[in-house]
Design a protein around this ligand. Structure first.
Ligand SMILES: [Mg+2]
Length: 367
């Protein structure tokens, strides 16, 4: 692999979100059965050996939680509403939620039917803007599904997930880089990823009760007592987590974008902007003797919804003409342009490699 060229945008400032639907299965049952609303609803296996999948917040007041044997739940809450899961229905809503997240995020990693990480880094490093984008995403989920979710936003996955757990249900927590220590330090060590009952006990026996204790503990002690995970736990205690979203697209990319002070709706103007941005990205490619096989456009609407569309080439190119043609094609055919206009336009290049691979494009393969 060649050294990373200077024109490549490195995503050092990342904004990762974690979305968790609140008491998802139970909430869907309450949505579809208005008579269940306000009642303790317990979703899970109803047979003699069944366990609880999800308990509504009303049921949690009776001490019922997921993985509890159903027989125990029934003893604790004899008047609860007990229902079998309807996975097809949950999947349907889950897919709708994912489609909403995709409007805003460049990458999404689905963890389960009710949980996903997503990447908002492309909205730029400004926390105010990120806050606004994520608020809008959360509002859309609530408006379109009539269900609530909790959202955590942070510079990495670990902190994003922690954020969504800190304020539930219907929560919204943003952990900016400057707040990390203040938020993490007082938490019990069990809040750290990978600290289960056994590790928590071990840490307690070493006198490490809070995240701050773990952060300040001598590394050699942690490694001696816990093995290699000791190092990882201390990194997490410092708020460091470099794991990336699985399913994330290539990190090596060149892009240029413009935010407009008024919303642009005139096609000629959009076209000339594409030409200008293309000249810049193609110039960066050529200056570094590189070619790309992916051309991407990014459009942000006045309501901050942001979409990206991309086209793939069979072979690499650095031709401004080819890039511009693909970008304009994407804008013409793959983007909804309304009278409202757009607030931001970007042109990006991906799948970048050395120019030795350069050839004329054969057939664009539309993604
Ligand atoms: Mg959930």
């Amino acid at each position: 692999m060649s050294p990373r060229p200077s024109a490549v945008v490195r995503t050092l400032d990342r904004w990762i979100g974690h979305l968790d639907m609140d008491a998802f299965f139970a909430a869907v049952e309450q949505l579809d059965h208005p008579e269940y609303r306000g009642c303790p609803v317990i979703v899970g296996g109803l047979g003699p050996r069944g366990v609880v999948s999800t308990a509504s917040y009303e049921a949690r007041a009776f001490g019922i939680h997921s993985a509890l044997p159903m027989a125990v739940a029934r003893r604790q809450c004899p008047d609860g509403v007990y229902v079998k899961p309807r996975f097809l229905r949950y999947r349907e809503i889950s897919e709708h939620v994912r489609s909403i997240v995709r409007r805003y995020a460049s990458a999404i990693e689905t963890i389960s039917l009710d949980e996903a990480f997503f990447d908002l880094s492309e909205h730029g490093p400004d926390p105010t803007e990120i806050h606004r984008v994520a608020r809008s995403l959360k509002r859309d989920v609530q408006a379109e599904t009539k269900l609530t979710c909790s959202v955590g936003l942070a510079p990495n996955r670990f902190l994003a997930k922690l954020g969504s757990e800190l304020d539930k249900p219907d929560g919204f927590t943003m952990i900016a880089p400057d707040d990390i220590r203040e938020i993490l330090d007082p938490l019990p060590v069990s809040q750290i990823w990978g600290v289960g009952k056994v590790t928590a006990k071990r840490l307690t026996s070493l006198g490490l009760l809070r995240v701050k204790d773990l952060r300040l503990a001598p590394l050699d002690l942690l490694v001696r007592e816990l093995g290699s995970i000791g190092r990882r736990l201390q990194q997490l205690a410092n708020g460091i987590d470099e794991t990336s979203l699985s399913g994330e697209v290539d990190s090596k990319s060149i892009s240029r974008e413009s935010t407009y002070s008024f919303d642009v709706s005139d096609w000629d103007e959009i076209e000339s902007e594409v030409r200008r941005l293309t000249a810049q990205v193609a110039g960066s490619l050529q200056a570094e003797n590189l070619v790309c096989r992916v051309v991407r456009i990014k459009v942000r609407y006045p309501d901050f919804k942001t979409i990206t569309r991309q086209a793939q080439l069979d072979v690499g190119t650095d031709s401004p003409h080819v890039i511009e043609t693909l970008a304009l094609d994407l804008l013409r055919h793959r983007v909804r342009l309304t009278d409202q206009g757009i607030r931001l336009l970007g042109v990006g290049l991906g799948a970048i490699s050395e120019a030795s691979a350069r050839q004329l494009p054969l057939s664009p393969d539309w993604l």
